[in-house]
Structures are given as structure tokens and as C-alpha cells.
Design a protein around this ligand. Structure first.
Ligand code: FAD
Length: 386
């Protein structure tokens, strides 16, 4: 358990990850985006050093720590300008779901690779006609003997091209009631009937987004992760780490932006003093620093509740942390870009590309409005409009 003061172990992990990330830095990451590569060297080294698998069980090659430690890793990589979006998906969602609900065979098959970073897994829930309303998912699994036949479409699924498999959220047809229930399936990248199309995005990131078509994809019985009757519970077990990790992604990016702006404001002179001496320049950066620190406290609260096994408590805190971190990051990037004046929009200084990247955290994996809805209804008990 954590307190509000970071433990010596977490501080040590933070500085070790920061040292790794500093060896790569923003130039490396920007080159990966420019050249269409995937920051594979950083991913591989982070995996080898045990950072990607820090939250996975030791019995399967992980570090045996928690989502709090994994979030800290992503935050530090982002602070150095290298936010690895696939960390949100591969070790955090997919690794967690398999570690908690997979069979021994599934754990042995996937967890060592996910922990070491030698295997990557994407996560597909969003659908064109469902979006924020996951109750409307239509990707459907039906049984054919012992096999499953999966049919449907997904959009905006990150990293499918580099992932060995995708954890796809479908629904089984309930034979008795005719209702549909969510279920999680591991779909290998080259499974017949499973195709992908790149969605061009104005987001500067090595991870690309894809539309997926599942055209009667035949899967063996053991592609189903967990219990087909407890799918919702299992899904939420993966979505809480996803929100915590999105908060870490946003906080790291916000810290990076503020640091760049502060360095610039200390030295840039157009009058006698550096521009950072003007409170109109300094205060927004100070405000962003405070907001990011506050968001981190909430991120740790959510992660610690989750790591302590309190899924319900973690749900509310993870939503709040994701909200606070995304809003803080969007504002931090905006202030940072403005601090650099014209240079804020130049390719050379590289801050403008963060404008869209920070906004990803506002809309995904659950939008700002859906979190406000959640808090309105679940926390405050206000009535629903939809
Ligand atoms: C870069 C990127 C990467 C992504 N990666 C993945 C991934 O790996 N896997 C995956 O499954 N998905 C992924 N997504 C999808 C993401 O989770 C969705 O975009 C998000 O859930 C919102 O769904 P939507 O885009 O369909 O928006 P919609 O649901 O259509 O919402 C549009 C707007 O309407 C608002 N809105 C909707 N309903 C309400 C309501 N009831 N009250 C108030 N406002 C409302 C929303 O807040 C939003 O502003 C990614 C998205 C992006 C941009």
C-alpha cells in the first residue's frame, strides 16, 4: 500500500525508468513517428529490464508488483517524451485480464511474452455503432461444436499491426433469454477472416489505429478468456487498469510539455527579463504543475485500490484520475505551446504534435463526458438523461 508520500522502492523505480527513458528521449520518439517505426528498441529494452511486466505475476516472468508501479513506468517514459501507448493495452489490460481470469494454459502461453515485451497484444472493444455505449456491442460469438465463430467490426484499435494477437470483446448469444453477454477472445494476428485497415489519424504516435473486420472468424475453445457467464466482471477488471494507465500517459505527457516550456521561458528574452518572469507566462505553467501533481495523487489512489483488490472502489477513483489527468494534460500542452510563441507551432520544437496526442486522453478509453455522467449518476445519485 502506498501513502501520499512515495515509497523508497517506487522512487528507485522512477529514477531507474527515467534514466532509461533519458537515453532515448523525444528525438528518438519523434523519429519513430516520422519514419513510421514503432519505438521497438525502447519497448524491447523496457521489457528486458522488467519494466513492462512489473505488474504481472512473478510465476510467469513478471515483477509481482502492481498497476501503481506499471503506471509509474509509463509516466516516467512520457515525462522523457516517450509515452508508449501500447503499455496501456498490452501489459495493463490484456496482461491483467489473462493473469486474473485465464486458464493455466493461457497464462503460460501469453504472460511470459507480455511481461518481457517479446509478445504484444492489442485490445478491441470500440465499435462503429457502439462507441461510448458498450451495451450496444454487436460483435457476436456463437458456438460451433467446441469452436467459437466470431463476427463483427471494431474501430480505432491501436497497435494491431505490431500485436501478435488482439483481445476482442464480443458477446455470446444467450440461448435461453436471447440476450447478449460480453466475452473476451484472444484472436491471433493471422487468423483467417480477421482483417485490418489502417485509419489515417492526425495523432503523432508510433502506434497506429485500425478498423478490424471479423468475418466468421473460427476460434478454438481455449480462445475464450475466463468464464463466459462472468464477462462483464472480467471486462471491468481490465478497464480499471486501462483508466489508471491513461492517467499515467497523460500526466507524463503533461510533465514533458511543462518542462519544455519552463526551460524555454527561463532563457527566452524579448525584453530585459526572460519571458518566464512575466506572471502571465509563469502562472499557467505553475497551475499546470499543480494540476498534474493532483492528478497523480488520484492516479495512485485508484491504482492502490485496484492493487488491494477493491475493484468497485477502484472504478470510481480510476475514472476520476483519468478525467483529472487528461484535463490537466490538455491544459498543460496548451500553455506550453503558447509559452513558445511561434516556436510552439514549429516542427523543430515538436510541441504542437502534443496537442492532438493529449486530446486522445480526453476521449479514450472513455470520454470526459462519460466520466462526468458516471460521477453524476453513481457518485452523486443524480438522474440519467439517456
Ligand atoms: C488514438 C486513439 C486510440 C484508440 N485506441 C483504442 C483501442 O486500442 N481499443 C479500443 O477499443 N478503442 C480505442 N479507441 C477508441 C476510443 O476508446 C473511443 O474513441 C472512445 O471510447 C469514444 O467513442 P467514440 O469515438 O465512438 O465516440 P462517441 O461515443 O460517438 O462520442 C462522441 C462524443 O459524444 C459524447 N457523448 C456520447 N454519449 C454521451 C452522453 N450520453 N452524454 C454526454 N456526451 C456523450 C462523447 O463524450 C464524445 O465527446 C481509441 C481512440 C483513439 C482516438
Amino acid at each position: 500500500m502506498t501513502s501520499l508520500i512515495e515509497s523508497p522502492e517506487r522512487r528507485a523505480l522512477r529514477s531507474a525508468v527515467a534514466a532509461l527513458a533519458a537515453r532515448y528521449g523525444r528525438d528518438y520518439f519523434a523519429a519513430a513517428v516520422r519514419e513510421g517505426t514503432h519505438a521497438d528498441e525502447l519497448w524491447a529494452e523496457a521489457g528486458k529490464l522488467g519494466y513492462l511486466g512489473v505488474a504481472l505475476p512473478e510465476a510467469y516472468g513478471g515483477g509481482g508488483a502492481g498497476i501503481a508501479e506499471l503506471a509509474l513506468v509509463l509516466e516516467e517514459l512520457g515525462t522523457a517524451g516517450c509515452p508508449l501507448l501500447m503499455m496501456v493495452v498490452s501489459p495493463a489490460i490484456c496482461g491483467t485480464v489473462i493473469a486474473r481470469f485465464g486458464t493455466d494454459a493461457q497464462k503460460s502461453a501469453w504472460l511470459p511474452g507480455l511481461a518481457a515485451g517479446t509478445t504484444r497484444m492489442a485490445f478491441g472493444i470500440t465499435e462503429p455503432d457502439a462507441g461510448s455505449n458498450s451495451h450496444r456491442l454487436t460483435t457476436t460469438a456463437r458456438r460451433d461444436g467446441t469452436d467459437w465463430i466470431l463476427t463483427g467490426r471494431k474501430v480505432f484499435i491501436s497497435g494491431v499491426d505490431v500485436a501478435d494477437a488482439t483481445l476482442v470483446v464480443g458477446r455470446t448469444e444467450d440461448a435461453r433469454s436471447g440476450r447478449l453477454k460480453p466475452c473476451l477472445f484472444v484472436v491471433g494476428r493471422d487468423t483467417p477472416g480477421f482483417t485490418r485497415r489502417l485509419i489515417p489519424m492526425d495523432v503523432s504516435s508510433p502506434e497506429k489505429q485500425f478498423e478490424l473486420v471479423l468475418d466468421a472468424v473460427r476460434l478454438p475453445a481455449d480462445a475464450l478468456v475466463g468464464d463466459e457467464d462472468a464477462g462483464l466482471l472480467q471486462l471491468f477488471a481490465g478497464l480499471n487498469p486501462e483508466r489508471v494507465m491513461t492517467a499515467a500517459f497523460a500526466i507524463g505527457m503533461g510533465r514533458y510539455a511543462v518542462a519544455r516550456a519552463v526551460a524555454y521561458a527561463r532563457t527566452r528574452r524579448v525584453w530585459d527579463e526572460p519571458i518566464g518572469a512575466h506572471q502571465a507566462v509563469a502562472h499557467p505553467l505553475a497551475q499546470s504543475h499543480i494540476e498534474l501533481e493532483l492528478a497523480r495523487l488520484m492516479m495512485y489512489k485508484a491504482a492502490d485500490l485496484y492493487d488491494a483488490g477493491d475493484d468497485a472502489g477502484a472504478g470510481e477513483a480510476a475514472n476520476m484520475a483519468k478525467y483529472a489527468a487528461a484535463e490537466a494534460a490538455v491544459r498543460a500542452v496548451d500553455h506550453a505551446v503558447h509559452t513558445l510563441g511561434g516556436n510552439g507551432l514549429s516542427t523543430e520544437f515538436g510541441l504542437a504534435s502534443l496537442i492532438t496526442a493529449a486530446r486522445v486522453a480526453r476521449v479514450a478509453p472513455v470520454s470526459r463526458e462519460m466520466i462526468l455522467n458516471y460521477v453524476s449518476h453513481q457518485t452523486l445519485g443524480l438522474p440519467k438523461s439517456y
